[in-house]
Ligand binder design. Sequence first.
Ligand code: ADP
Ligand code: MG
Length: 278
Amino acid sequence: MTVLLEARGVIKRFGGLTAVDGVDISVAAGKMVGLIGPNGSGKTTLFDCLSRVQAVDAGLIRFCGTDITGRRAHDVARMGMSRTFQIIRVYRDLSVAENMHLSLQWGALGLPGLFARTDAATRRRADELLDFLLLSRLRHERAGNLSGGQRRLLEIGMSLMSEPRLVLLDEATSGVNPTLVADIADRIRAVNAEQQVAFLLVEHNVQFVADLCERVVVLDQGAVLAEGTPGEVTQDPAVIEAYFGDPGGGAEPDGEADPAESAPRTGESASSTEGPAS
Ligand code: ADP
Ligand code: MG
């Protein structure tokens, strides 16, 4: 089994706070791995380190056999690692198709690419992906008019424009109506199966991860608390304690500061963020 991404002993500090505290994690080619943990456990920061958006204080990160610890984010993107962000990043005033085109130019070429003209191959790739993600009828829609779930799908599409080998998805179900979460899971599964794209999924929605991933890593206070199958980790007493044992509110993973980005829990009430935005 080819290891695509391998991180050893990753440490990231913010002043006196150690947000990521010696994490080992790996993703094999074509696999889907889940990364869960209570709010503030370091999931997004670890993503930032892996995708080189943040410099690490210690540790080693290898991607496709190359040490990328000192590389820059757009180098890593060019090598085939792509990511989305917890707070959705689409250009609301541009169309769905334009967002797809720009994402590639940004990822592959950096700033100068934004001024380049969109070529036929790029447009074709965007159209194919929009078809695949069931967004083609919205191709000319302003991205700001999409529902939360449609925006998440657009983001996934944008992350796939560069034909990555690995995509890091940060909270793909955040702000998505529970009835559409299954559609997103279905499309991710299809991309994985048909295009052999590996995924590392950060999620507060444990059920979503359990449905998609054979292997799940649980973070708590910046460190790996448990690792195993979804069944193994969700029955692990230490994991239950981390999620539910904290009287200070550890049972509510990921209550984000931005209410628009806060998300439905597994099997709980519907989020109001779904539905056409104005
Ligand atoms: P998660 O994604 O698991 O909710 P984060 O990685 O966002 O967790 O945060 C982990 C910890 O690091 C939290 O205590 C958070 O407040 C802190 N943190 C994250 N980003 C920064 C930053 N840029 N500066 C200072 N502290 C940060
Ligand atoms: Mg986060």
